[in-house]
Design a protein around this ligand. Structure first.
Ligand code: SF4
Length: 489
């Protein structure tokens, strides 16, 4: 059941991966269909909430405040969780978190665990680390199970198997569960998964989870989900190990009021999550009798230190930005080379990797702003994307093509004389390339473009633009000339 996890250190660039994936018509159809359905459900439920914008603002403030006082709230959580009988571990990076979890499972003498869907454990490649130590991990979330049995990779943070259709899922289950006569109705597939998992729920004594929120005031952990399989993992096993990013802490129980209204609506288009589990500490005779929380940094404190990038950590992992993103909807999640795909992945992954990897991700966006509009905690993703693009250019040095081009543009724009000269030169330089017949690309105003002419091919790096669209020729007369001709200097 092992699979190669998505890893930004070894993944191809976004552009390379996207080119390949754009050729997969079935995948694109599956992604578009699934995101259309979720978006339509979300839109309907958002429209019925009169106070949606106020809720968004409250959630933004709660998350920003939590991050501003992260040290205080994490220590408060640790005190309260420990007082209730749990054990808190701190992990600086993925390796440390892996070794804490593997060590705990081995101490218990166990060689298998059941898992609740968790992007944090995906981020640290926990399943592979467990497997290398002889421990078998069983995913219990339906979508994660599909990914695991299909030896695939997740492509969405809420619906990891969204790139698969029902026929493909049936095929995976048929092979992996040895069910040659499996039907293809949703009920058949759900029933097969239920039977497959039931035996694991009853047998395996250790569960591994992530968390949606940590509540400092109560030392509590919150997990929301749709299927109830998470609830099984939280109640049946003897030991529960939760791996949670440090940014997930919120100060008070009452802060959940806004967050649990926004999260299900944004994530799956539901008014509330069918299963919301909150637990703090050990209760004799009820649920796991040993509880561990591994608080994971893995680059988060560096993100926190960056005043402009920090808002990324406000994310509550609803996936709404992925569903709304025109780029994600064309390529699907695997192109991002990371477990975090779509707009949130484009800003989170490079920052978690200290900008050493995934340098192409901040460019995987049209900057249309759809992600910002739907984000329930108002993360200004386009703003962070631009900030990260700046960082990429800085990292690549002043001699990188983009940096040189920007410097040249700044030099020209600083002087009116130079600007006018550049316009004249531009008009002369473009003249051999300008055509006046109809453009081969669907452009807004064919008639206007034909009148002034258009450019279908540019040399060198500029060709990146004309590979996929035409460029309108420069006008014969600039606005400035037109203005001056009328004596309006
Ligand atoms: S960035 Fe916003 S929209 Fe995207 S997953 Fe996070 S909370 Fe949801």
């Amino acid at each position: 059941m092992s699979r190669v996890p998505l890893d930004p250190r070894t993944a191809p660039t976004f552009q390379q991966a996207a080119k390949t994936l754009l050729g997969d018509a079935q995948l694109r159809k599956n992604v578009r269909h699934a995101t259309d359905v979720i978006q339509a459900k979300r839109r309907k439920l958002v429209e019925e909430k009169q106070d949606w914008q106020q809720l968004r603002e409250s959630a933004r403030q709660i998350r920003a405040h939590s991050l501003q006082h992260l040290d205080v709230y994490l220590e408060e959580f640790e005190r309260n969780f420990t007082r209730a009988g749990g054990v808190v571990h701190w992990a600086r990076d993925a390796r440390e978190a892996q070794s804490i979890v593997v060590g705990l499972v081995k101490q218990l003498g166990a060689n298998e665990v059941i898992k609740i869907k968790s992007m944090t454990t995906e981020e640290i490649h926990l399943n592979n680390a467990l497997e290398e130590s002889g421990i078998r991990a069983y995913e219990t979330d339906l979508a994660e199970l599909i990914i695991q049995l299909g030896e695939d990779q997740p492509s969405h943070i809420v619906v990891p198997a969204l790139h698969k259709n029902r026929a493909q899922i049936r095929e995976i289950f048929r092979k992996a569960m040895d069910l040659p006569d499996l039907g293809d109705k949703p009920a058949d597939l759900a029933d097969a998964a239920r039977r497959f998992l039931r035996e694991k729920f009853l047998r395996v004594k250790t569960a591994v989870s992530g968390a949606n929120f940590l509540i400092a005031e109560t030392g509590g952990i919150c997990i929301v989900e749709s299927e109830g399989n998470g609830r099984m993992c939280l109640t049946l096993p003897e030991t529960l190990i939760s791996v949670v990013g440090i940014e997930k802490v919120i100060p008070r129980w009452s802060d959940l009021e806004a967050l649990v209204q926004l999260l299900p609506r944004s994530a799956t288009g539901e008014r509330m999550n069918p299963y919301s589990s909150f637990w703090s500490g050990i209760h004799p005779g009820d649920g796991p009798q040993t509880m561990h929380v591994v608080l994971l940094d893995n680059g988060r404190t560096d993100v926190l230190a960056d005043a402009e990038g920090r808002q990324t950590l406000q994310c509550i992992r609803c996936g709404a930005c992925q569903n709304a993103c025109p780029v994600y909807r064309q390529t699907g999640g695997h192109a991002y080379g990371s477990v975090y795909a779509g707009p949130i992945g484009a800003i989170l992954t490079p920052q978690l990797m200290h900008m050493d990897h995934s340098q192409t991700l901040p460019y995987a966006s049209s900057l249309c702003g759809a992600c910002y509009e739907v984000c329930p905690v108002k993360i200004n993703i386009p703003e962070v994307l631009i900030h990260l693009r700046n960082k990429v250019v800085e990292q690549n040095g002043w001699y990188a093509p983009e940096s040189l081009a920007m410097k040249a543009v700044a030099f020209v724009f600083r002087s009116e004389r130079r600007f006018r000269a550049a316009q004249r030169l531009g008009r002369i330089a473009e003249s051999p390339l300008v055509k006046r017949e109809k453009s081969t690309f669907p452009i807004l105003d064919q008639e206007e473009a034909t009148k002034s002419g258009w450019i279908g091919w540019l040399p060198g790096l500029l060709g990146g633009w004309t590979d996929t669209r035409d460029l309108q020729a420069m006008p014969k007369e600039t606005f400035r000339d037109w203005w001056e001709k009328r004596g309006k200097a």
